[in-house]
Design a protein around this ligand. Structure first.
Ligand code: NAD
Ligand code: WQD
Length: 337
């Protein structure tokens, strides 16, 4: 069964392609390579034994989308393609709304033209804003603090309204917490361009000597050690969550919403120590001012996904740090062109 995977050469999309192929499904990738490299395809082929069909292009190109639906027997879409840097989104809100929202509408339009109604969307814990409590359940109120976050929230609302108006849709909203880690082979992982925004790639680049020192943003939060607490999830657990969501929700029309997290809160300092354990290296860090927009604590209640999808994250924090480090060590400059 063929699944159109937008953003399929990106970090989460590429790992999800591996999980789909391992489950006997056939990803067809559409990516404009604005934040990923063509060489990812070779690595997917190396790890999975087969290269997925690839279209280089944009989700905002209706003619290309129509061509893909004509050329391939697409049973549904997993939609990863988006711009995702929270800080950048405050500088370039138009680009974020245009790429993420107009792009998603363009994709949904092509699906309707093709009579394809099975859709899985990459949402984010960012839609919970500063949560009223932790762990976070799916029915908590939504609010968000950046243009990036607003794109996710608005798309969720668009999908809900479309599903209500046309019950043929199977709309699945997967809210990811903090994906880290890499494929166990060390051949695929996260390859951020420029200075990493996120904690784990920053730590691995300090460890490999590409950066001097990790800045820890704030140690005066009301948390166990003063640093922020997050729910880090292994990217392969997240990838496998998509396979389950495809298998379970894709069969049923309706609106399906799940947190994909581990349910464990880990502080920044705990992460630094866990990484030091995995790598045997000391990570230089300094404590600096809070980063605007960070919330103190954010972790999932993943019980609904376990109950309804039969999915649960199984990899530990040590697995995540070990796999991130294996990938970084073997690929000090990420994917080569
Ligand atoms: P990524 O940047 O590695 O992957 C996104 C891919 O989409 C890239 O390969 C990029 O080239 C492609 N893309 C972007 N705009 C496109 C367009 N208009 N047309 C075609 N391709 C386009 O990001 P990721 O970390 O793999 O994230 C995947 C999805 O998950 C995104 O929607 C992101 O918002 C969401 N998400 C990510 C995280 C995270 O921490 N990484 C957390 C929650 C949600
Ligand atoms: C984690 C913790 C930082 C970098 C972001 C998005 C969210 C979702 C996942 C897409 C925080 C601290 C970080 C550094 C640090 N993405 N930190 N020094 O902010 O929880 O979530 O990615 O949907 O929407 O906001 O992840 O990895 O940036 O930060 O101290 O150099 O690490 O303050 O407490 P975040 P992160």
């Amino acid at each position: 069964m063929k699944i159109l995977v937008t953003g399929g050469t990106g970090y989460i999309g590429s790992h999800t392609c591996l999980a789909l192929m391992a489950a006997g499904l056939e990803p067809v990738i559409l990516d404009n390579l604005c934040n990923s490299k063509l060489s990812v395809l070779k690595r997917i082929e190396e790890v999975a034994g087969k290269a997925p069909v690839f279209y280089q292009g944009d989700i905002r190109d209706p003619a290309l989308l129509d061509r893909i639906f004509q050329e391939q027997q697409i049973a549904g879409v997993i939609h990863f393609a988006a711009l995702k840097a929270v800080g950048e989104s405050t500088q370039k809100p138009f680009e974020y709304f245009e790429n993420n929202i107009a792009g998603t509408l363009s994709l949904l339009g092509a699906m309707r033209r093709a009579g394809c109604y099975r859709f899985i969307f990459s949402s984010s814990a960012t839609v919970y804003g500063d949560p009223q409590a932790v762990p976070i359940q799916e029915d908590f109120p939504r609010s968000t603090m950046s243009p990036y976050g607003r794109t996710k929230l608005m798309i969720e609302q668009i999908l809900e309204d479309m599903q209500k108006a046309d019950p043929r849709w199977s709309m699945t909203l997967l809210r990811y917490f903090n994906p880290i880690g890499a494929h166990e082979s060390g051949r695929m992982g996260e390859d951020p361009q420029g200075i990493p925004n996120n904690l784990m790639p920053y730590i691995t680049q300090v460890a490999i000597g590409r950066r001097d020192c990790l800045n820890i943003f704030g140690n005066d939060y009301p948390t166990k050690d003063g640093t922020c607490v997050r729910d880090y999830i292994h990217v392969m657990d997240l990838a496998e969550g998509h396979v389950k969501a495809w298998q379970v929700c894709g069969e049923q029309s309706g609106l399906h919403i799940y947190n994909l997290g581990t349910g464990q809160g880990v502080s920044v300092l705990e992460m630094v120590h866990a990484f030091a354990r995995a790598s045997g290296l000391k990570i230089n860090y300094k404590l600096v001012e809070r980063r605007p927009g960070d919330v103190a604590e954010c972790w999932a209640d993943p019980a609904k996904a376990q109950r309804e999808l039969g999915w649960k994250a199984t990899r530990t924090l040590d697995d995540m740090t070990r796999d991130s480090w294996r990938w970084q060590q073997a690929n000090p400059n990420g994917y080569e062109e």
